[in-house]
Design a protein around this ligand. Sequence first.
Ligand SMILES: NC(=O)c1ccc[n+]([C@@H]2O[C@H](COP(=O)([O-])OP(=O)(O)OC[C@H]3O[C@@H](n4cnc5c(N)ncnc54)[C@H](OP(=O)(O)O)[C@@H]3O)[C@@H](O)[C@H]2O)c1
Length: 272
Amino acid sequence: MTLQHQPLAGKFALVTGASRGIGRGIALRLADRGAAVAINYHKNENAANEVVRLIQERGGKAIAVQADVASSEEMANLVHQVHSTFGALDIFVNNALGDLLSFMAPPLSVTLDQWDAAFQCQPRAFLVGVQHAAPLMREGGRVIAISYWPGSHLGGFSSYFAMGANKASLESMCRYFAVSLAGRGITVNTICAGITDDSIVNQLPQPAQEAMLGWLKSGWNPMCRPGTPADIGGAVSTLCADDAAWITGQTIVADGGASLMCPEIPLFFQKP
Ligand SMILES: NC(=O)c1ccc[n+]([C@@H]2O[C@H](COP(=O)([O-])OP(=O)(O)OC[C@H]3O[C@@H](n4cnc5c(N)ncnc54)[C@H](OP(=O)(O)O)[C@@H]3O)[C@@H](O)[C@H]2O)c1
C-alpha cells in the first residue's frame, strides 16, 4: 500500500471492544489506513491477539490491551496504558458493547441492575474515556462513539430500551464534547451503525438471526444486505482523516439507507 492510501500514517488509535465484530472491523480499517492501533478486549484474549497478528501481518502496528470498560478505574488505566506504550494518542473509538443480551428487557420490566449495566458500559465508560483521553490527545485528534440510530431515536424495539436510552446519551455527550474540544481541533462524532453481520447479531438464536438478516435482504435495507464490520470501519476511518477536520458534533448514520425506509408504507410501494 502506498503512502497515498495511508491518510492515518503516524496516528495512534485506541478502539474499545476491538477483538470481535464491529470493533475488529474498525481496528483493521484504521490499521490499513496507517494508524497504530490498540485492540482493547474484555475476556477474549485469543481473539484480540488474532487481530494484532492480522494487522502485523499486513505490515501495521498493533497491541492488545485487556480492560473492562464498565469499570471506571480500568477504563482510565486503559487510556493511560495505551498512551504510555505508544507515546501519543490521536484517535479514541468508544465501541465496546458490554453484555447486551443480559440487559435486553422492555421499559416496564427492566431491572435497575440491567439499567445500570447499560449505563456503565456506554455513557459512563465514554465519559471516563474522554475525560482521560482528551488531555493526552494531540491537536487534530478524533473521538468517535458507536451507536445504533433506531435504538436511540425510535421506540419500537422494546427490549433494546436500556441500551437505546443510553446510546442516545452517548450521542448527546458527543455534541457537548465537540464544543469543549473544538479549540484544539479535536472532533467528536457519533457513527450509528446499521444492523451488521459478523457481530452480536450472530450470537442470537439461529431463527432470530435469520429473521433479522432476512428482513434486511427482503428490501427493508435498500441495499438488500446487512452491514459488515468493514463498512463501519470505513465510516470511522473517513472521519479520522484530515479531510474530515470540519465535521464535529454530528450523528452520522452508516446503514446502507435502512433508516430511510418508511414503516407506514408497504415495502412494495417503496421499491424503485
Ligand atoms: N451489531 C450490530 O448490528 C450493531 C448495530 C449498531 C451498533 N452496534 C454497536 O457496535 C458496537 C460493537 O457491537 P458488536 O455487535 O460488534 O459487538 P460484539 O461482536 O459482541 O463484540 C463486542 C466487543 O466488545 C468487547 N466487550 C464487551 N464487553 C466489554 C467490556 N465490558 N469491556 C471491554 N470490552 C468489552 C468484546 O470483547 P471480548 O471479545 O473480550 O468479549 C468484543 O470485542 C457496540 O457499541 C454496539 O452497540 C452494533
